[in-house]
Design a protein around this ligand. Structure first.
Ligand code: AMP
Length: 478
């Protein structure tokens, strides 16, 4: 199949040609012809699969015809994204794919950016509006956006938006849109709450299901290293990042503070690094991403939410230093490498106490993550002993208890790592009856931003690895 055979407008075809795209990706080949007919769609596709063009090209095709409502200046296409970075990425894609248009106004509205500049843009005719729900709802409440000519709504990463607590915001936004519109929803899964959301806002949708998450990322080689403790993780990380095959890497930390700490520590070790997380001003986040793209940064240390939407083809490695909050996050994390048809390497560093998370990820992806060792950096912990505790036995005693006295000693003025699991009341105990969660997550997470100017919704849903429900208390490091 070619883009020409999809009967896209010549101005879109010329933009695709300039982008060097020759063939539609599977999600594009399946979704674009359907979307062009105007039907509602539910598409499950992975990040990195070319899903942005899958909805943006049909959206732009609509714009090649004038709007029937010429008096309105409001957006004709609305795209909702869970995070600022993803929204900005999508906004850029709209400009790239629409560069053959004589006139195309793409406005991106996200939290953390000054209001006056955004309001100025919204006072002019808008073709494509890309937004995160919180800030958009703010403008809707203030009566700053006229949706009368909105023809198409795209919900990108709908599962993620629900995870982030945006359900009520989405409902209110959709209530402000014309009932007669095309709605296209992208999500990794369509079960549970996402299915209900789709049911409530899509009309007789056609489903396009690409490979399940477990089948994705065939171009990404995955393995793991067992680490005795956090300082061992740090030594492994240092070694891995010095590998000749590392072009650029994203290292994932469990919390914002860990991201700052790790970035600083790696900087001291001579790496060109930067942190990316939700406590940083948006301007700084944008500059960091630009520096990453320009290869001024070799190692980006990021939290989960901040890293979503990062599309930097040169990322050769993703390293999970802190374990992801939920197994799905693992899939999103590793999808930061192996982009645009390239190959990538995803490495997870896990401590004995984190083995249940490794197992949950393996169950979720239905792939075993092979463990490797590095000469001189082998774990004292014997991986084959890892099943002992899952059968209710005690942790191995060939040293100290996991996460116990052999934990690294931290300087008192330094934040501690947050990658130890946070168990709930029904969590497994260590041999001495001590629970691993000795610090309340709330103390590590900053207060929620003021209503509306936020990047995640009212409350993060509990969930995570399914076992202890309290595991994902608090907010992710957005
Ligand atoms: P996405 O999943 O939309 O984030 O896209 C992932 C990457 O694939 C981006 O860098 C796109 O520029 C690239 N891409 C999208 N569609 C195509 C295509 N048909 N051919 C080549 N690259 C593409």
């Amino acid at each position: 199949m070619t883009f020409e055979s999809l009967q896209l407008h010549p101005s879109i075809l010329s933009a695709l040609q300039k982008s060097g795209y020759t063939t539609p990706t599977p999600v594009q080949a399946q979704s674009i012809p359907l979307a062009l007919t105007g039907v509602d769609l539910m598409v499950s596709a992975a990040t990195g699969s070319g899903k942005t063009a899958a909805f943006m090209l049909p959206a732009l095709q609509r714009l090649t015809e004038p709007s029937a409502l010429s008096k309105s200046i409001g957006p004709r296409i609305l795209v909702l994204c869970p995070t600022r970075e993803l929204a900005q990425q999508v906004g850029k894609a709209a400009i790239t794919y629409g560069r053959g248009f004589k006139r195309l106004s793409v406005v991106t509205v996200v939290g953390g950016m000054p209001y006056p500049a955004q309001l100025k843009l919204l006072r002019q005719p808008v073709d494509v509006l890309v937004a995160t729900p919180g800030r958009l709802l703010d403008y809707i409440d203030r009566g700053r956006i006229d949706f009368t000519r909105c023809e198409m709504l795209v919900l990108d990463e709908a599962d993620r938006m629900l995870d982030m607590g945006f359900k009520d915001d989405i409902d209110q936004i959709v209530a402000a849109l014309p009932a007669h519109r095309q709605t296209v929803m992208f999500s990794a899964t369509f079960g549970g709450a996402v299915g209900q959301l789709a049911h409530s806002m899509l009309t007789d949708p056609t489903r396009v299901e690409l490979a399940h998450q477990s089948d994705q990322h065939a171009d990404i080689s995955q393995h793991m290293h067992w680490a005795d403790d956090s300082s061992h993780k740090l030594r492994l990380l240092d070694h891995l990042l010095r590998g000749e095959d590392v072009q650029q890497a994203i290292v994932f930390a469990a919390t914002k503070r860990d991201a700052d700490w790790l970035s600083e520590t790696l900087g001291e070790k001579g790496f060109s690094t930067a942190a990316l997380h939700g406590d940083m001003p948006q301007g700084k986040r944008n500059r960091t991403l630009t520096d990453l793209r320009r290869e001024h940064i070799k190692v980006l240390v990021a939290t989960d939410v901040a890293a979503r939407g990062i599309d930097v083809p040169n990322i050769s490695h993703v390293i999970n230093f802190g374990m992801p909050m939920k197994p799905e996050d693992y899939v999103h994390r590793i999808g930061r490498t192996g982009r645009a048809g390239r190959t990538g390497i995803a490495i997870t560093l896990a401590m004995p106490a984190e083995r249940f998370k490794v197992k949950a990820i393996e169950r979720f992806t239905t792939h075993l993550i092979p463990a490797k060792t590095i000469e001189g950096l082998e774990p004292r912990f014997k991986p084959e002993q890892r099943d002992t505790r899952s059968r209710g036995g005690r942790p191995p005693r060939d040293g100290a208890r996991p996460g116990g006295s052999d934990r690294p000693r931290f300087d008192s003025d330094r934040p501690r790592f947050g990658d130890r699991p946070r168990f709930g009341a029904d969590s497994p105990r260590f041999a001495d009856g001590h629970r691993s969660a000795d610090r309340a997550p709330a103390s590590r997470d900053r207060a929620a931003p003021p209503p509306r100017d936020r990047e995640s919704g009212a409350a993060r849903k509990p969930g995570g690895y399914g076992a202890p429900r309290t595991f994902s208390r608090g907010r992710p490091g957005e």
